[in-house]
Ligand binder design. Structure first.
Ligand SMILES: *Cc1c(COP(=O)(O)O)cnc(C)c1O
Length: 382
């Protein structure tokens, strides 16, 4: 008999624990903070790597009804795990040829260009149905959405608004994590001026940073992502969110090397004196940044264990000399992300942002989901 892949998770090189209660607490904090505006949730990129099929139902149970993904494919995968009154939005727009699948699934595309708007309208006319959608305006980030002249062209076509059902007008902030940046107020003014050209429609402007930037930015619906996953929405400010992720790596071998012996690919580290080393079963193929070689660390019982030498594809060597001899054994787990080493600290060491660390973690770990204070389930390796 072949066992389900979930059974094998215990053999993985590391375990990723995702606290669904913490995600729910973070959602509730945002929802309270932005009321009377409504909080949706951004669950793109598999809920920032944490498992959209697990995270989204937990958010739904907490009252979330607006779920933002990036691709229609992500929306179609999520659709069956959410009740019918959950709205799924496709942020990157309406890909040519996707119109019928999008409409059939009741997914709301974000129309980012006139061309997309006309294709959606043409389908609505052909089906004799007012199909729901969102219009995105480029308020100054120059990434996605209608320009000033395009929004004027749309406004000049009132039939478009009776043939379709534009549920929301949205835009996106370029500098939301730095609220004092004057670009935010400039974008807000521009967004509102552009939206004023269109028939009255609910508005959405704020990501995590914007949701904490005050009522003007919150508009009618906010779109928090990263803060739901435990990362502080404002750069440099105290983090009001509850941590969500713990990552632990399995120790697979220990050794002692004398002075002068090198470690890892390229032998980039040479022991200056006798060192005790531990090799752990996580590497860059598990999303642990290669640039943390010689820079980052893992932790065990409150002791920092520096990474020595390069990060390999499937393993990392730690200097564990600071631990008492025998304190760490093969089969033990060391902390990579957790109370001793928050996600933000890993990102800073790797010279990147927490978003990139989270979304890189991948599916090689055993995944443990915590809910209602206990272990909800464990997903093995696919
Ligand atoms: C990713 C994204 C968000 C969420 O951003 P966070 O900074 O993670 O809160 C919101 N809106 C749009 C359009 C996005 O692409």
């Amino acid at each position: 008999m072949v066992r389900d892949s979930d059974d094998f998770g215990a053999y993985a090189g590391g375990r990723l624990t995702i606290d669904l209660d913490a995600i729910v607490a973070n959602y509730r904090l945002v929802a309270r903070r932005v009321a009377p505006a409504i909080s949706g949730a951004v669950v793109k990129a598999d809920a920032y790597g944490l498992g959209a099929a697990r995270v989204s139902p937990a958010l739904y149970a907490a009252g979330c009804r607006h779920f933002f993904v990036v691709h229609l494919e992500e929306a179609l995968r999520l659709k069956p795990v959410l009740p019918d009154d959950a709205v799924l939005y496709v942020l990157n727009g309406l890909v040519e040829g996707a119109e019928a699948d999008c409409a059939d699934a009741g997914v709301w595309p974000v129309l980012n260009s006139l061309e997309q708007a006309w294709r959606w309208r043409d389908l609505a006319v052909a089906r004799n149905a007012r199909l729901s959608a969102v219009v995105q305006l480029d308020s100054g980030m120059s990434r996605l959405g209608l320009s000033q002249t395009e929004v004027e062209a749309l406004a000049a076509d009132p039939a478009f608004f009776s043939q379709t059902r534009i549920e929301l007008v949205m835009s996106h902030l370029a500098c939301a994590d730095t609220p004092e940046n004057p670009a935010n107020a400039a974008q807000l003014a521009r967004f509102n001026a552009m939206a004023d050209l269109l028939p009255p429609t609910p508005r959405s402007f704020a990501n995590s940073g914007g949701a904490f930037a005050g009522p003007l930015f919150q508009a009618d619906i906010v779109r928090p992502g990263i803060c739901l996953y435990g990362v502080g929405p404002i750069t440099g400010a105290p983090n009001p969110m509850t941590p969500v992720v713990t990552l632990e790596a399995r120790v697979i071998q220990l050794r002692t090397i004398p002075a002068g012996v090198g470690v890892g690919y390229g032998l980039t580290f040479t022991a200056p004196d006798a060192r005790r080393l531990a090799t752990i079963s996580v590497g860059y193929a598990d999303g642990w940044p290669r640039r943390l070689g010689g820079v980052g660390a893992a932790w065990f019982q409150g002791v920092r264990l520096p990474i020595v030498g390069r990060v390999s594809m499937d393993s990392i060597t730690l200097d564990v000399t600071a631990l008492a001899e025998g304190a760490l054994k093969a089969g033990d787990f060391v902390q990579m992300i957790g109370p001793d080493q928050p996600l933000e600290a890993v990102a800073a060491d790797a010279d990147t942002i927490a978003y990139e660390i989270l979304t890189s973690l991948g599916h090689r770990y055993q995944r443990l989901y915590l809910s209602q204070g206990g272990l909800a389930s464990s997903d093995g390796n696919p």
